[in-house]
Design a protein around this ligand. Structure first.
Ligand code: ATP
Ligand code: MG
Length: 364
């Protein structure tokens, strides 16, 4: 498995590489829990595959996974477009099924169907010093880039709600890209403080730093992002993929096919490396490209065909699931049931530990 872990639990593969040390106990034979998720603000693209889904597929057998469709969190910047969130809950579910996430193994949880997320966010906000949010550099730059009317308390508090998302299922591990490690550090600090004040309820989760990459956009931008319009969607049909690949940014200095071109930093080759399983073909293209012996058209045609081959089984599965909405609904309801079960268990422990919501029982 490409993922590296670093924690002491015997049920897990030996530790390799980076990751924060987690403190938790798991019953012998039980699988450690993982919480990760995505905000439903659109269908998913190849960047999501490279940066998240590919890694999640590997985790499903080793861990008890909760995959969260974080619709509360999507409200942060889409409060005025709830229709988009509604559509995206379905799109994300279909994309997850299409890439092969298995709802028998893992729970697909819609956040707002488990309102304990909101309750825990609120309760944890009382043990969390304001400075933790004020010092968060990511949050600060995100807030600064929002128009004044969109700078809501809810948005400001989203790191807190992420902390609650992780602690609600009492997750042991959170898979993250290296840049998100500080969010997990905040989770650990909040968990530690709560446990110290009220008794041990939460494991201190560790990070699973996976072998995740960042996929560049079709326009050569450092990141494929739906708001930048430089995506190839997992659900794009073959014609759309062909057209997008034809229009891809390559080496801007190469004005003719017979002059040497740059392979490094060239998105067409980055995609070949990520999605074309024919390594021999890719190496040959690189060699010829560097020597000015192959045109962009040929390299792009081969890329489009590799991408279509990669996406075709997903498209087929997506169509199949789309034609069976009762099944898709059952997947979500089952995931929500599993999410709720553990959430209710946690909240009972939290309320007991804090000695709230139980006043009348001590009166008689
Ligand atoms: P937006 O443009 O609205 O920010 P987005 O397309 O960047 O949307 P997000 O919802 O921000 O998508 O992405 C969710 C997660 O998916 C990210 O935190 C990251 O882990 C992963 N991800 C998204 N885009 C990429 C990418 N191009 N490369 C690698 N990972 C990505
Ligand atoms: Mg983004």
């Amino acid at each position: 498995m490409a993922t590296t872990v670093n924690h002491p639990h015997p049920n897990l593969p030996p530790s390799r590489g980076k990751g924060t040390q987690a403190h938790f106990d798991v019953l012998p034979g039980a699988k450690p829990r993982i919480l990760t998720g995505i905000r439903p603000t659109g269908a998913l693209h190849l960047g999501h595959y490279v940066g998240a889904l590919k890694n999640w597929l590997d985790l499903q057998d080793t861990y008890e996974c909760y995959f969260l469709i974080a619709d509360y969190q999507a409200l942060g910047d889409h409060f005025d477009d709830i229709e988009l969130i509604r559509e995206s809950v379905l799109d994300v579910t279909l994309d997850w099924l299409a890439v092969g996430l298995d709802p028998e193994k893992s729970a697909f949880v819609v956040q707002s169907y488990v309102p304990e997320h909101a309750e825990l966010t609120m309760l944890l906000s009382f043990v969390t010093p304001l400075g933790m949010l004020e010092r968060n550099p990511t949050l600060k730059s995100e807030i600064d880039s929002l128009p004044v009317e969109s700078r809501t308390v809810g948005f400001y508090n989203y790191p807190m709600s992420q902390v609650a998302d992780i602690l609600l299922p009492r997750a042991h591990l959170v898979p993250v890209g290296e840049d998100q490690a500080p969010h997990i550090e905040m989770t650990r600090e909040v968990a530690r403080k709560f446990n110290r004040m009220f008794g041990r309820v939460f494991p201190e989760p560790g990070t699973l730093i996976g072998d995740v990459g960042r996929l560049v956009g079709t326009d050569g931008d450092a990141k494929m992002s739906k708001s930048k319009g430089n995506t190839i969607m997992l659900s794009d049909d073959a014609d759309t993929v062909n057209q997008k690949v034809r229009g891809m940014f390559t080496d801007p200095n190469r004005i003719r096919a017979d002059i040497p071109g740059r392979v490094e930093g060239n998105p067409v080759f980055e995609y070949h490396d990520a999605f074309n399983p024919d390594v021999g073909q890719v190496d040959e293209f690189k060699d010829r490209y560097r020597k000015g012996k192959v045109g962009d058209v040929e390299v792009k045609r081969a890329l489009a065909s590799a991408l279509n081959e990669f996406l075709e089984p997903m498209r087929e599965r997506r169509e199949r699931y789309k034609a069976d909405m009762p099944y898709v609904e059952e997947v979500l309801m089952d995931g929500v049931r599993r999410g709720r079960t553990i959430a209710e268990e946690t909240m009972t422990r939290v309320r007991d530990a804090m000695r709230i919501s139980s006043y009348t029982s001590s009166w008689s």
